[in-house]
Design a protein around this ligand. Structure first.
Ligand code: PAN
Ligand code: ZN
Length: 187
């Protein structure tokens, strides 16, 4: 019997290979209204791809797991660093793991009470995202940020909840370009 060659993940670059991947790109236009500065948003080509997710096709059945790699580009809209849309799981109790592969950034976590915390993302970082916690990746570095995610196939994505509530923190570049967390209600 010849052992099969499974799909492969290059941990240095986040590149997934060897399977028919599902790929989704998210452009600035898809994230319309998410960034704090509409004038800065309007200055950037709306078709700019901010991030891509490459996923192994999952069966979707209860008990199965999905895995995907998010590649989030480096850049800013005004002073605000590129970020993912962010979501709560549709089955909110379902947890997830993120693993930093390359680049540097932050994982913004927000619970149902609106309490936020940040974790540093870097090659080798491990992030447990409990159930009932919304999550968003932010690239604060100068190169692409790639992170592996593993989550239950039944979790689903609820984007509406966080579109309505908003995340309580924004990550902006200071005068020196270094990231700082700012209360979203402050201008
Ligand atoms: C990730 C995210 C991915 C893209 O795979 O879906 O980083 O972020 P948005 O889904 O918020 O656009 C995950 O958390 N899956 O559950
Ligand atoms: Zn998730």
């Amino acid at each position: 019997m010849t052992p099969m060659i499974p799909p492969m993940l290059d941990f240095a670059t986040g590149r997934l290979r060897g399977a028919e991947l599902l790929e989704k790109s998210t452009t600035l236009a898809d994230l319309h209204g998410l960034f704090a500065d509409p004038a800065a948003d309007a200055e950037v080509d709306s078709q700019t791809v901010l991030y891509r997710v490459a996923m192994l096709p999952g069966s979707g059945v209860e008990g199965d797991l999905n895995m995907g790699v998010t590649h989030l580009e480096a850049g800013r809209i005004g002073s605000e660093f590129f970020m993912t849309r962010g979501h709560m799981h549709a089955r909110a109790e379902q947890a997830e793991y993120y693993f930093g592969l390359c680049g540097t950034g932050l994982l913004l976590l927000q619970d149902m009470a609106g309490v936020c915390r940040l974790e540093q993302v870097f090659p080798g970082s491990v992030h447990h995202i409990p159930g009932h916690v919304a999550h968003r990746l932010i690239n604060t570095g100068e190169t692409r940020l790639s992170a592996l995610a593993v989550w239950p196939a039944i979790a689903g994505h609820d984007y509406k909840l966080m579109a309505e509530r908003g995340f309580g923190l924004r990550i902006l570049a200071g005068e020196d370009g270094a990231p700082r967390a700012v209360d979203s209600s402050m201008k």
